[in-house]
Design a binder for this molecule. Sequence first.
Ligand code: PEP
Ligand code: MG
Length: 303
Amino acid sequence: KANIGLLSDIRVALANGAEGVGLYRTEFPYMARKAFPNRHEQYEIYKKILEGFSGNPANIRTLDIGGDKGLPYFEYPKEDNPFMGWRSIRVSLERQNIFREQLSAVLMASIHGKASLMLPMVSGIDEIRQVKEIIGEVCVELVRAGIPFSHDMRLGIMIELPAAVQTAHILIHEVDYFSIGTNDLIQYTMAADRNNPKVKRYYDPFHPAVLHSIKRVADVAGSEQKPVSICGEMASIPIAAILLLGMGITEFSLSAPAIPVIKQAIRKVSLETAREVAAHALSLESASDIAAYLEIVKADLKL
Ligand code: PEP
Ligand code: MG
């Protein structure tokens, strides 16, 4: 599947062989405007995405602003640590008028394809329950207004916080699926800003803390027979894709150009080999040992 942000990404995603959208970053149309798009404008955009993928699933992620993504027309507090601050689902739950409008637009568009709703930056079960309550209320409003919508839209969460990793076994019962957002998960696990070149060496997708977190989330989802996908940039690295596959992650959402590259990498390797690579990598103690081992595997498998 593809990670997309703009309508123009649909064509590029399809041309690269995407079989749906694993992550639609809805903040992009918000960022490209001078004011909040209203419900109808949002509905039109979501509808085009669902129709563009003709029946293939599209995970529509609710607004993920804050951190490094601001909106020029939205008053934002000055924060010392924006990535640790008021971002994403936290904004949505406090500015419910904006959130309800978005939920309503997604629900209205849901009749045009296979939409699912994905929540970013979830830290605990209370947020999910609160969102479900709001969704219930928005559904009632739509019914009252006689507006059709899909009554079985799936709800998933992104696993991006160590808090979500640690409570994955609890969170899984509230949702239909997980999607691991490694871009943020790595930064929060390693306390290394994803955009700061000065700490790039700490921002290590193959650090044992990151790999064990991913494995734990994959195991939890697997034990409940619920899907778990990955939508962070890490999955665009061929050796990482093999490792993730070996850990039980079978669904990948990638930026479009990475799709053929990762398909090719996966076709080169049997599932059994991927599992062996993952098991060995997870048995190693240090980031440097894992890095050295993966270099050998890359050469062996010609990745
Ligand atoms: C992530 O954090 O891995 C992710 C996919 O979300 P974003 O890059 O939009 O924060
Ligand atoms: Mg993220």
